[in-house]
Design a protein around this ligand. Structure first.
Ligand code: ADP
Ligand code: MG
Length: 348
């Protein structure tokens, strides 16, 4: 019987590409714990996100490559992940948060909070450690949408985030009485948001999703500047007026040099039409992350504190939201690993 050596296996795996990161699994340091025993080979593929949209096809390609090595019988592959840290937050706030991702829109009412909540839950369902920060200080809707209305008791001068569906939550809505008007001035905004990060016991997070205030006014601007973001997602309706607003938002973030992870088109359907967000992504040369259909289950889910990926996981909208969450996760990995001046690939 021919004995198999590790080099032969690694050579085979070195021909398997990670299609989005444009490099092979071995160069990306994704092959771990390679062991050979007789004719059986086992190893772990360490992806950059548990929500990797290509998980299945990468596993299949790796298996085919290894089975092709002479002498190999059984191939055991374990799929694991470690989300890369782009280091932006670490430098500024000393937080154990790997990636902060803002969800923005040109205007209110386009589904920014709905998308933030569902993306956060979908990423947590995929196995990531996720926080959701409601930075929409004028209209904090996240407590209602996630069905949680108070915070646990604080510990040692730190706020303990609430938790729902595996997601850690913080919102101004927890700190003020319902119906109380929220009036903010620029500097207060900035320090409130820093406190929301620094004074909250987030723990280790792969993704912190931030529901930003709508529009391109002072509030979203100062928030985007106060935080070292891994990237921003722009939510728009499919129709022209909303697209103009979205395009203004997009330019604002590009001016601030915040990476635009892409555009999500929400409420696609007969009422608002379809394709506008996709078109805008093409024109602006940013990724299109997906279209979410307009379905009443989405609204009902938000109103009753059960995001549609929980309340109706088999609905079209839930499927579209899960797929958008995978695209977001993939874009974050790509940004982190292909960043200008990135020191070295940062998969730990
Ligand atoms: N895809 C969708 N289908 C149906 N209703 C939706 C959809 N997305 C959002 N909604 C509803 O539209 C309203 C506005 O959404 P919301 O997330 O609060 O917007 P924003 O945060 O941008 O102001 C909410 O009632 C929400 O339930
Ligand atoms: Mg909102």
């Amino acid at each position: 019987m021919k004995t198999i050596n590790k080099e032969a296996i690694l050579t085979a795996l070195g021909k398997v590409q990670e299609p989005e990161l444009h490099n092979d699994l071995v160069s990306l340091n994704m092959i771990r714990d390679l062991e050979i025993s007789g004719s059986s080979v086992s190893f772990t593929i360490l992806l950059t996100t548990p929500a990797c949209p290509l998980k299945g096809s990468i596993e299949k390609a790796a298996r085919e490559a290894v089975v092709g090595v002479p002498g190999v019988g059984v191939v055991n592959i374990k799929m694991d992940s470690s989300v890369p840290n782009d280091g932006r937050l670490r430098g500024v706030l000393q937080l154990p948060v790997r990636n902060a991702v803002a969800v923005a829109s040109g205007k209110g009412g386009v589904g920014k909070s709905t998308i933030s909540a569902n993306l956060a839950v979908a990423l947590a369902q995929a196995g990531a450690r996720v926080g959701l920060m409601d930075a929409d200080i004028y209209g904090p809707n996240i407590p209602t949408m996630m069905g949680v209305h108070e915070l646990p008791e604080s510990k040692e001068n730190k706020l303990v985030p609430a938790e729902a569906y595996g997601v850690k939550l913080m919102s101004m809505g927890f700190l003020v009485k319902p119906g109380q008007p929220l009036i903010w001035r620029g500097p207060m905004l900035n320090s409130a948001i820093r406190q929301f990060l620094a004074d909250v016991e987030w723990g280790e997070l792969d993704y912190l999703i931030i529901d930003l205030p709508p529009g391109t006014g002072d509030a979203p601007l100062s928030l985007a500047q106060a935080l070292p973001l891994s990237g921003v997602i722009i939510v728009t309706l499919p129709q022209a007026v909303s697209l103009e607003d979205a395009s203004r938002g997009l330019s604002m973030f590009q001016t601030l040099e915040v990476p635009v992870l892409g555009i999500i088109e929400n409420m696609r359907g007969e009422f608002f039409g379809s394709g506008g967000g996709e078109e805008l992504a093409k024109i602006a040369r940013v990724p299109f992350l997906g279209a979410i259909p307009m379905e009443s289950e989405v609204r009902v889910g938000g109103d009753t504190g059960k995001p549609v990926v929980i309340s109706m996981p088999d609905s079209k909208a839930a499927g579209a939201l899960r797929s958008a969450a995978q695209q977001v996760a993939a874009r974050i990995s790509i940004e982190a690993l292909t960043q200008k001046n990135a020191p070295t690939i940062n998969i730990v």
